[in-house]
Design a protein around this ligand. Structure first.
Ligand code: ADP
Length: 728
């Protein structure tokens, strides 16, 4: 018997594809010194002893991935999987690699193990694989209690709403009683209590209607007020939670969809709490009230009134969802047709330029035919479903007429014409509430789902955790040291590997390398947008994780390619990092940044309001405001990431001058695509595939004839072709 069959594997991975790329099931078991691959279909088992594995890594394609092993100098795939398993597969590889290297495994290594896209409780796939929340299995009670937490602040208003709801239900029950029983039996019938008093009773009915209207208006007003407040509470809580989160959170989300999500979810929650739930309460109270009055008055007729109820529930739960499928299908076809039209019209120049009119017409015809078919199917279904439902419901009504009528004629149990009319009035009131009660499960689930999504953001812990005992550093000199630093954005895909770099205070370092080499990532970890996993990063000898975030941010300035100016005045934008700066300081920073002259030419000078996206400023002007911002901050460490990349040649000189002023006396780390801009750097560090490949001055590296010299040669050639020979 093999040794591993007795021991438990350290990790398991279920891959969902066969070697031929079709759906399959292959299991990978990581033991202490052995990786076992079992194909569930063919029952074939392969063992790979760690001693024989030279390398194990994952390769990701667009929708799939594979795990690749290297043995005897040869690489070959051992397992295939879809994107659904991708993340888990990377984790698994990481665990195996740790086992191979005899490193200790931690709980964190297993955090994302397991089948990523199915709920571990019920085994059903997640509706949204990115969120990994199963609406069926989420802890509803906890979410409801937490949602309730938003209400006590408005308890008085909510109590008033409750009173309104009870009154609405009461008036609802009373109305058919007065308009049916009282009106026919007591007003129109001789000997009745109010015989002949038509006007007062009608006035009484009018008053009932008016009071219902008034109560409703009050309720709606309160709901609107409380709702706006709760939406505000939720959103501000989320906004402050989001501001605390690290960059990795924002990288995993589209900012646009995040904003939509927060807005829609907060509004959906409020709509449910303040409109749908009150509606449900009113409907339930009305139903209980009517049922009570009916049963007390005439139990047999009451049963008949409720006969269509199971049928209505069946229609809502079974028939309507099917109909909705047809509706969705035609909705999808309609939006497909719209996008075909939109594509063809907005891209009309391309269509015409390539002579593709005919194929566009074909595309339109096809989409249009699909919509036609889907609409016909929807129409036929609709034409059948709704009238049948209406007919059966009205049949129920006819039964009430028939049996109730017979009872009136026979005087059964004192049944009167007025009572019959009251029942007929109640009949219409029974089916309406049933609708909202039956559907309540769906919208409550949806509301809890929204709440869960928002609480996820609120509860999310930042990956960059501030130290419990941060070191205050009023003055940072600017010595930076990276020792054996390894970093990855995603597990098992290191972007920086074993970086060792000492930057002395006041030194200017130019980071060069091909796109995607990891240059910006180095600046990201120095500004602590991300925390490193391995190695040590210190500033003035203090571990960056221990430095107080305020000191760190106060002492590190950045000028990036993408300049973000906020809405507000130019003055406010320059003072963004130091709101306490006075007018003189701001102006002198702007002067040093070569920005003062153009600012003074603007209509309101420093008080000019910047519009949305600051369209009224050119790229170069925006960049100079950015530089002024950095000068005002007066940082000890300065990061320039492609600071002159999106600037026209005319203003480049001015920006270069401004940057020179800015870098004086500060530790500077500059990234630039145009190598000529880094010639003055004290040292150039060439990054290649996340590693330091070369280091030295411009002259040294040029002489070396390596990567840097190659890049330099290519750039010179490109400039020569464009007739822009670089001035030495
Ligand atoms: P450079 O600045 O040298 O062009 P970067 O440091 O921006 O390169 O990127 C290095 C690698 O890291 C690239 O492969 C890039 O795709 C990847 N990367 C950058 N940012 C992220 C991120 N937020 N999440 C995942 N991968 C990232």
């Amino acid at each position: 018997m093999e040794a591993y069959s007795l021991a438990e594997p350290a990790a398991l991975l279920r891959c969902d594809m066969d070697t031929d790329g079709s759906y399959g099931e292959v299991w990978l078991l990581a033991y202490e010194d052995l990786l076992v691959v079992i194909d569930a279909k063919s029952k074939m088992k392969l063992d790979y002893s760690y001693a024989t594995i030279e390398d194990l890594h994952n390769e990701d394609f667009i929708n799939t991935g594979q795990m690749v092993i290297k043995r005897d100098g040869e690489e070959f795939p051992i397992a295939f999987y879809s994107n659904a398993v991708g993340r888990t597969a990377s984790r698994f590889t990481m665990v195996v690699n740790k086992l191979r290297e005899k490193k200790e495994l931690t709980e964190d290594d297993f955090k994302q193990m397991g089948d990523d896209n199915v709920c571990p409780t019920c085994g059903k796939p997640y509706r949204d694989p990115r969120r990994k929340i199963c609406p069926k299995c989420m802890n509803r009670r906890a979410i409801i209690l937490r949602l309730m937490g938003y209400l006590p602040k408005y308890k008085l208003l909510i109590a008033m709403m409750g009173l309104c709801m009870v009154l609405t239900a009461l008036v609802g029950v009373l109305r058919p009683y007065v308009s049916g029983k009282t009106f026919y039996d007591e007003v129109l019938t001789e000997g009745g209590k109010y015989f002949g008093m038509i006007v007062p009773v009608v006035l009484c009915l009018m008053a009932l209607e008016a009071s219902r209207l008034a109560i409703n208006i009050i309720k709606e007003r309160i709901a609107a007020k409380v709702s706006a407040n709760i939406v505000y509470d939720i959103k501000s809580q989320i906004f402050s939670a989001m501001q605390r989160l690290s960059m990795s959170f924002f990288n995993s989300q589209h900012t646009g969809s995040l904003m939509n999500r927060v807005n829609n979810d907060a509004e959906e929650i409020c709509f449910t709490i303040l409109w749908r739930i009150p509606e449900l309460i009113i409907n339930s109270l009305t139903l209980i009230g009517t049922a009570y009055v009916m049963i007390v008055t005439n139990p047999i007729l009451s049963i008949i009134v409720f006969i269509p109820v199971p049928f209505t529930v069946y229609m809502m739960k079974v028939v309507f969802p099917k109909f909705r499928k047809f509706k969705n299908a035609s909705w999808q076809k309609r939006s497909k047709l719209n996008s075909v039209i939109n594509d063809a019209l907005s891209g009309i120049r391309v269509v015409k330029a390539f002579g593709k009119e005919e194929s566009e017409i074909d595309r339109f015809d096809k989409a249009s035919a699909e919509l036609y078919e889907a609409s016909v199917r929807e129409g036929i279904r609709g034409a059948r479903t709704f009238p049948v439902m209406g007919y059966i419901t009205s049949l129920g009504g006819l039964f009430v007429w028939a049996i109730g009528g017979a009872q009136v004629m026979s005087g059964h149990n004192g049944m009167t014409y007025g009572t019959l009319m009251m029942f007929i009035g109640y009949m219409g009131m029974v089916l309406g509430p049933i609708d909202s009660i039956v559907n309540s499960v769906d919208w409550i689930t949806e509301c809890l789902n929204c709440a869960h999504r928002l609480f996820e953001i609120i509860d999310r812990k930042s990956d960059v955790v501030p130290s419990a005992n941060p070191v205050r550093m009023a003055d940072i000199e600017g010595d930076i040291s990276l020792k054996n630093v390894t970093f990855s954005y995603e597990p098992n895909k290191p972007v920086l590997r074993n970086i060792n770099l000492d930057i002395r205070k006041g030194e200017m370092i130019g980071l060069v390398g091909h796109s995607g080499a990891g240059k910006s990532t180095i600046t990201n970890i120095i500004t602590r947008l991300y925390d490193i996993e391995e190695g040590e990063l210190t500033i003035d000898g203090v571990n960056i994780k221990d430095i107080h975030p305020d000191d760190l941010h106060r002492r590190i300035g950045m000028v990036l390619q993408e300049t973000h100016l906020f809405s507000g005045t130019i003055m406010e934008n320059i003072a963004f990092a130091r709101p306490d700066a006075n007018y003189e300081e701001i102006v002198s920073a702007a002067k040093l940044a070569n920005a003062h002259d153009f600012i003074m030419k603007l209509p309101d000078g420093y008080e000019t309001e910047l519009g949305k996206r600051s369209t009224n400023l050119s790229g170069g002007e925006r960049q100079r405001i950015n530089i002024a911002r950095a000068i005002l901050l007066d940082p000890r460490i300065l990061i320039l990431d492609e600071a002159t990349a999106s600037v026209d040649t005319e203003t480049e000189l001015q920006i270069q001058q401004a940057i020179e002023t800015l870098t004086k006396g500060r530790t500077t780390i500059a990234i630039a695509h145009r190598l000529s801009t880094l010639k003055n750097a004290d040292r150039l560090v060439v990054i290649e595939h996340g590693e330091i490949a070369e280091m030295g001055t411009h002259e040294e590296l040029e002489k070396l004839g390596g990567i840097y010299a190659g890049m330099l040669g290519k750039q010179k050639e490109a400039l020569k072709i464009r007739g822009m020979e670089d001035e030495e």
